[in-house]
Write a protein that binds this ligand. Structure first.
Ligand SMILES: [Zn+2]
Length: 333
């Protein structure tokens, strides 16, 4: 599944045909608040920055530089959850994800350090290091990290054919090329389920959490890692924040993600700010400047050979850990 860092343009053998098919199917569909379930009762934050007729795989996932393509964004008046409304048909989105390609390039080492840091923190919650599933595992680099960290068996789900085909030998056979759906895995199978920069992309996060709950062992945990709409950077940059993006159906805060998790049978263990390890090059790509200025800055970094220099910095992400509650504990609805 394409996720941040910014994805590479899709490599489709027949772009003209893909574009026509996608355009024919793309229709605006209203969304509901994933917490309250209501369709209206929301305040517009930003109008859509494009029209649906121009929705192609290239628009959807080729963000060579973040260019602020986004749906209309609203905030639920009841619970404060931020969402895109309307969005393209989820079936079309699934096709776009399958067609998308991505390369992490030089950022893989930094992502491994960042995700590894939060995987290690699970140890302090007494999590059993036996079976782990990653939803949206890309080329499986984090699954390798989990094996190195002592997990006995790892599995991944990844809709991008290209990404899953590029996984390394130790994890390739453990990756299912699909979206997470009921029936892929047996009940009570995993100790840990990780979603790194994936959860904001999910059109029906409640259904996904229900399925995660089903395949988790009793006491198993989900580790969610996504943007924090309440972070200082998001509040300051508003529509210019790179998190206001066509790929994000929902944008969570620690408060709204806690509420959603608890509604679906999870007990929140933590929801806090993430420190990301990123290169200066990656950081420069996120700057809220016009493309021409960013291109100039990126070229300058390369000229002085500082593009690979990495720093730890809070980038406006949040991580949440939540444990599956016992079946006799009724979820709060
Ligand atoms: Zn709501």
């Amino acid at each position: 599944m394409p996720r941040d860092p910014i994805t590479a343009p899709p490599r489709d053998e027949c772009p003209a045909r893909t574009e026509r098919t996608t355009r024919d199917k793309a229709e605006a569909k209203a969304t509901r608040c994933a917490i309250c379930g209501c369709a209206g009762h929301a305040t517009e934050l930003y109008p859509a920055s494009f029209d649906f007729q121009s929705l192609t795989p290239a628009v959807f996932s080729a963000r060579r530089l973040p260019d602020r393509v986004h749906y209309r964004m609203v905030k639920c008046d009841g619970c404060g959850l931020v969402r895109s409304d309307p969005i393209a048909d989820p079936a079309v989105l699934e096709t776009l994800y399958q067609q998308s390609a991505f390369t992490y390039g030089a950022e893989v080492a930094n992502l491994k350090r960042t995700y590894g840091r939060y995987l290690a923190k699970l140890d302090s919650f007494g999590v059993r290091k036996d079976t782990l599933l990653e939803i949206g595992c890309g080329n499986g680099f984090f699954l390798e990290q989990a094996l190195a960290h002592g997990y006995r068996a790892v599995s991944g789900v990844e809709p991008s054919r290209e990404a899953s085909a590029n996984a390394s030998a130790p994890v390739r056979r453990q990756i299912v090329c699909d979206v997470m759906r009921p029936g892929l895995f047996a009940p009570d199978q995993f100790d840990v389920i990780c979603l790194f920069q994936v959860f904001d992309h999910i059109a029906d996060p409640g259904a996904l959490l229900e399925e995660c709950r089903r395949v988790l062992k009793p006491g198993g945990v989900v580790l969610l890692f996504n943007h924090n709409v309440a972070a200082l950077s998001a509040r300051l940059l508003r529509e210019h924040s790179p998190i206001v993006d066509i790929e994000h159906t929902y944008l969570y805060s620690p408060k709204t993600i806690a509420r959603l998790l608890e509604q679906h049978g999870f007990k929140l263990r933590t929801a806090a700010a993430v420190w990301n390890r990123v290169s200066l090059y990656y950081l420069a790509r996120l700057l809220p400047f016009p493309k021409a200025i960013k291109t100039w800055i990126l070229a300058g970094l390369q000229r002085v050979r500082l593009e690979h220099l990495a720093v730890w910095i809070p980038l406006g992400n949040l991580w949440a850990v939540a444990a599956k509650t016992a079946s006799d504990e009724q979820p709060r609805r």
